[in-house]
Write a protein that binds this ligand. Sequence first.
Ligand SMILES: O=C(O)CCC(=O)C1=CC=C[C@@H](O)[C@@H]1C(=O)O
Ligand SMILES: [Mg+2]
Length: 364
Amino acid sequence: MTLQLYHLPVPGWLADRGIDELGVWSVPLTMRFRRILVREGMVLHGPAGWGEWSPFWDYDAQESSTWLRAGVEAATVPMPPPRREKVGVNVTVPVTSPQRAWQIVTDSGCLTAKVKVADPGTSLAEDCARLEAVRDAIGSGRIRVDANASWDVEQARRAIDELERAAGGLEYVEQPCPSVPELAQVRRTAEVPIAADESVRRAEDPLAVARAQAADILIVKVQPLGGVRRATRIVEQAGLPAVVSSALDTSIGIGMATQLAGQMERLDHACGLGTVRLFDGDLATPSLLPHNGTLPVGHAEVSPAAWTDGPEVRTDDMYADDAHGASGCVDSAGTGNAGADLRRRWTQRLDATIAVLRSESGRS
Ligand SMILES: O=C(O)CCC(=O)C1=CC=C[C@@H](O)[C@@H]1C(=O)O
Ligand SMILES: [Mg+2]
């Protein structure tokens, strides 16, 4: 399987906001990440360029609506000039063998590595072996780990000590435990700084973690936080250093994230934006991949060559049989209903998500 990208008709709610082109895509990953092997989403075009909307499939319409606000903002709201032209990024190391981890870090050219740990079904010893290999590859560079809320307080204390020893020093530990009170407890005794990710991006109140002094650093992601402007406000209000990171986006979403990094007053840490390397295909040419550990700040464009159904498909012709775009599409390879399932699932998802936003604007 390779990259697929199909046009979809633009629903009225998006057209009213200035969106004039809509695509749905699917890209295989080069290796398992976050327990998935394929990433899917939409891209939206408007007066400010391209935006991405790619909530994971385990997110409901309510949570996905925040991600949609971000995609619409990127496509329709021009950003002020950035404070910096390029940003440092970390290489992301999935749960994998020490050999592969070593190779990923060596190939990356990055001076900071973020290593996934505590994945269900793997042991602390395996995590330590991966960290030793990463230290060997990165030399005097920085290593951070992400536990994705997998530990309780006691497990976190024990694991952090061991991981720190294996890594020969850690820059920070990202989301060791699920709740804010647990993070606060771990932070009180840990020698290593604590970063909050899920407690910011999936929380009803993204500032609660800062108020509770439960983290030293915030991880901020454009789509989960509803856009560059809202994410910037959250960082300002929290008053903590922030690490701009990816939501496992294509280059379009990574471009949105570089814009957030470009707007931030303080940017002391490498951004978690090197993840296009995990994709086997991309919407932009060239892809937003780090060179010498940095990425340029700015929007990425969907490449005309990326469209499976051709760059200039008139959606009213394509979907003559089906107003919702799920059938009747003839792709450029002549394979009939290729992508029909992808288009149907995402059209339904978009409809449900727009319904949430409509009801919210009805209430306000
Ligand atoms: O921060 C990075 O280096 C890459 C981004 C990354 O790790 C993630 C992206 C998307 C979903 C998450 O499971 C994961 C994270 O938890 O930070
Ligand atoms: Mg994380």
